[in-house]
Design a protein around this ligand. Structure first.
Ligand code: C2E
Ligand code: MG
Ligand code: MG
Ligand code: MG
Length: 287
């Protein structure tokens, strides 16, 4: 009886494994053709300055529509990474985001933030891909921000740190995404000298139930390392006010705006939250 039960359990298990694996393969095969079949597009979520509610930047977020189905990036990015497709997809995002930003960013001082996966960051050709994206689009390096996660430092601190410095010398700003969820030690974080950190939205969400303890701690760490702070996933007015009180410089989340389609950016820039002339000196980040 026991043997039989075990075998059936194993059977169910491997059946599920097979389903997962074939789904993975299906996604991988679909992704391979996604670029040439124009199934990828970028949406843009605003990042707002706390002090005057002006628009500081837009974060580029990749979208994939495959056979009438929207597949979320949390599902396809890991597969793109695993099968080496992330290099081509990442370069596509960088090129298009810079091109788009050169249409709405220049003159307004509105930057574009591009997510970069660890594997892209470790590609020795990465710096050239970035340079080409800037050259081809005419976007000033100061208007390009790159978002990386703490996992890049686990891999190889020295080369990562060198690459960050190289990018910063060009004028590009670098931020740590999902800050606080990784495993970096405080001393590693201190040695990094990135420009900004984005407090993960899980901590912002917890502000409502557990109070602001974690967020306050993360802000204090960021402040003492001279990192500017962006709060992600801000969904309510209550969170907005609390984060402003805590001195967070930038806010991003559904409360201010969901990610926007490219064609809606001009009208978004024109409506309401346009940079006020009295605050022009604050348009450029100090780091
Ligand atoms: P992320 O960079 O941390 O982006 C934030 C995610 O939170 C986005 O999900 C965004 O739509 C969502 N979000 C923003 N505000 C709110 C809010 O107020 N509440 C809630 N619940 N969610 C909010 P999305 O677009 O599904 O992207 C998920 C992740 O996929 C990103 O996390 C990023 O790690 C990755 N990703 C997206 N685009 C790219 C890309 O072009 N390249 C790479 N390497 N990764 C990307
Ligand atoms: Mg991000
Ligand atoms: Mg994040
Ligand atoms: Mg993320």
């Amino acid at each position: 009886f026991q043997k039989k039960q075990m075998r059936s359990t194993v059977g169910v298990f491997s059946e599920q494994m097979e389903k997962l694996y074939s789904k993975e393969l299906r996604l991988k095969n679909g992704l391979t053709k996604a670029i040439e079949q124009h199934q990828l597009r970028i949406v843009y979520q605003p990042i707002i300055r706390s002090e005057d509610n002006t628009i500081a930047a837009f974060e580029a977020l990749l979208r994939w529509r495959n056979e009438d189905e929207n597949i979320p990036p949390d599902e396809f990015i890991p597969i793109a990474e695993q099968y080496g497709l992330i290099h081509e997809i990442g370069a596509w995002v960088l090129n298009h985001a810079c091109q788009h930003a050169s249409q709405w960013g220049i003159g307004r001082n509105v930057a574009v933030c591009v997510n970069v996966s660890v594997i892209q960051f470790q590609n020795e050709n990465f710096i050239n891909i970035v340079k080409n994206a800037l050259l081809n689009s005419g976007l000033p390096a100061e208007l390009l921000h790159l978002e990386i996660t703490e996992s890049v430092f686990v891999a190889d601190f020295d080369s990562t740190s060198n690459l960050i410095k190289q990018l910063q010398r060009m004028g590009i700003k670098v931020s740590i995404d999902d800050f606080g969820t990784g495993y970096s030690s405080l001393s590693v974080l201190q040695d990094l000298a990135v420009n900004m950190v984005k407090i993960d939205r899980s901590f912002v969400a917890k502000m409502d139930s557990n109070g602001a303890a974690i967020v306050t701690a993360v802000i204090n760490i960021a402040d003492s390392f001279n990192f500017l702070v962006i709060a992600e996933g801000v969904e309510t007015e209550k969170q907005t006010n609390a984060l402003k009180k805590l001195g967070v410089q930038y806010l991003q989340g559904y409360f201010h705006s969901r990610p926007l389609e490219l064609e809606n950016i001009p009208s978004y820039l024109q409506s309401g939250v346009s940079p006020s002339t009295t605050n022009l000196s604050h348009q450029v980040d100090q780091r």
